[in-house]
Design a protein around this ligand. Sequence first.
Ligand SMILES: C[S@@+](CC[C@H](N)C(=O)[O-])C[C@H]1O[C@@H](n2cnc3c(N)ncnc32)[C@H](O)[C@@H]1O
Length: 238
Amino acid sequence: MDVKRFRRAFWTHFNGSQRNEPNQELWDAEVSRSLDLCPDVEGKLSLKKQQLLNLAYRLLPENEAYLEIGTYHGKSLLSALIGNPLRPTFACDNFSEFDVNSLAITQENLRKYGLADAVTFYDCDFRDILTPDRLPVPIGLYFYDGAHDEDSQYLAIKRIEPFLADEALVLVDDWRFAPDSRSYAERGTLRATRESRHAWQLLYNLPARCNGDLAMWWNGVGVLSFQRQAESALVHAL
Ligand SMILES: C[S@@+](CC[C@H](N)C(=O)[O-])C[C@H]1O[C@@H](n2cnc3c(N)ncnc32)[C@H](O)[C@@H]1O
């Protein structure tokens, strides 16, 4: 992923107030629905987050993949893919959260949008997919929205490094820690990136005022860049 190109596109799409201020019109269900790429699919994201995923996926080069962990009914996954040139796409959910949540629902939603065949789906714990045979293409765009307890979040970043492209964009959902969500997304992620031998940068901390902020970034998103350091540079740095 060309992160500089993403930053330019992001800047253009979400200028000034779009990024850090609420778009109050999006609280209006009709307005949100009219702009929603898949309005009949239930999800845990706001329109801005849908647009962010769609924009980032559009910039993936042909030889890099998208990985999404924590799909729920598939709304974030669909939001990334709809209308874009398709790239290798891997997704994972173990359907362990929420009462109504299953692979059958997600697959049906993907089918409705003609995208079931575009996704290699793993119905299991995310720790079980972090192997070269399950993730055979370098991941240029990684969206993590699985469990946000500190250990899961830490592992989701720490263990993904070998599978990332040399330059990658990483989006971490539920970045905001507050009593209404108790998400350790920021804490777990930054613990992993601090320990890394590669170059990580927090590009944007996209805010929300509550968990489920439709006019902003739902429960916040951390946007990070990853740059692999060559082995020779690592040895030199020691
Ligand atoms: C907040 S929901 C994802 C919402 C979805 N991204 C959206 O925007 O609509 C979190 C999902 O992570 C899944 N999950 C939780 N722990 C997991 C784990 N260890 N491995 C895989 N999936 C997990 C849950 O089953 C749930 O569907």
